[in-house]
Design a protein around this ligand. Structure first.
Ligand SMILES: NC(=O)c1ccc[n+]([C@@H]2O[C@H](COP(=O)([O-])OP(=O)(O)OC[C@H]3O[C@@H](n4cnc5c(N)ncnc54)[C@H](OP(=O)(O)O)[C@@H]3O)[C@@H](O)[C@H]2O)c1
Length: 288
């Protein structure tokens, strides 16, 4: 079992780093490598796999399904429903399609991908119905900010929401101001997407930042591993964040597994804080 773990609200112990699948299932020439990557991750203990009906319009779920053949029990599967499919009737159909592509009986945690115009009560009713039917084991949300979460929790069965999956990395720390403390108070894990800042200029800027390079050199690891170790670090005496980097390259997967063994001492986090400060005020939720 991977070293840094945390407990999901249903009691399942999960490694604090999982596997993302956005951009998988889009290019048939990559399919074999993507399946092998997820299987390699599972072999190495990265048991949480995050996917969505949106990724590759079902293609990513098919890749996950192929990777799970004969080893469903080793994985904890998170998938997401499109907001426009979040009505009680459409959600059942969307979930059935996801289950077929994933080739499994039940999704471990089914998330609303982002805020929907469907009333919250109806969305929750849909999740409850799926849970009673044994098609999902739990539900969560994604891309909801602190105020939206507080509103969610006011609804019947809103408190059963297991997680909020949001963008979080060293260069984007807005959620630390209020959302993360609210989730922590309720002992709910936050899932951090784009923990490596995905791509583009910010990523380059982060990786070459002297503070990140310095900390990485001292630990003898890559800047990316430091970014992951930072995302899953203990905050206020608790570890409550699960990072879900997407990696197809086998070396990247091995590095991500190894990041589960990196503990950043206070002098490292202080250096990183100085270069990439925590938010001093509330900020809108980042989505890219
Ligand atoms: N809920 C939402 O709205 C939402 C939005 C975006 C993403 N997500 C989820 O979060 C996951 C992660 O986000 P993301 O895929 O956008 O970005 P990311 O994980 O921040 O970055 C992925 C990129 O990092 C590379 N990489 C992975 N591990 C590495 C390592 N150890 N060293 C160097 N490079 C490494 C990957 O390369 P290779 O693939 O070549 O190995 C890939 O190019 C997604 O796949 C998806 O499951 C959710």
């Amino acid at each position: 079992m991977a070293s840094i773990t945390l407990q999901w609200p249903d009691g399942t112990v999960l490694p604090a780093i999982g596997q993302g699948t956005w951009k998988m299932g889009e290019d048939p020439s990559q399919r074999k490598a993507e399946i092998a990557a997820l299987q390699h991750g599972l072999d190495r203990g990265l048991t949480l796999i995050d996917t969505a009906e949106m990724y590759g319009e079902g293609g990513a779920e098919e890749v996950v399904g192929a990777a799970l053949e004969g080893r469903r029990d080793e994985a904890f599967i998170v998938s997401k429903v499109y907001p426009h499919n979040a009505s009680r009737k459409e959600m059942i159909k969307a979930c059935d399609r996801s289950l077929r592509r994933l080739n499994i009986d039940a999704i471990d945690c089914y998330l609303l991908h982002w805020g929907s115009s469907t009333p919250i009560d109806e969305i929750i009713e849909g999740f409850m119905h799926l849970q009673q039917a044994g098609k999902i084991k739990g539900y969560g949300v994604s891309n909801l900010d602190d105020r939206e979460m507080e509103a969610w929790w006011q609804h019947d069965n809103g408190a059963l929401c297991q997680t909020d999956q949001v963008l979080y990395h060293l260069g984007s720390r807005g959620v630390e101001y209020r959302l993360l403390p609210l989730l922590r108070e309720r002992r709910l894990p936050m899932m951090a997407y784009c923990p490596l800042a995905q791509g583009g200029r910010l990523r380059q800027h982060l990786m070459s930042s002297p503070a990140v390079v310095d900390v990485a050199q001292r630990h003898g690891v890559t800047p990316q591993q430091i970014l992951l170790a930072w995302v899953i670090r203990e905050q206020h005496g608790q570890r409550s964040v699960i990072a879900i980097p997407k990696a197809v390259h086998p070396d990247h997967i091995d590095d991500n597994v190894a990041a589960l063994d990196i503990t950043l001492p206070p002098e490292d986090t202080a250096l990183l804080d100085q270069a990439w400060p925590a938010p001093a005020r509330r900020q809108p939720l980042d989505v890219e």
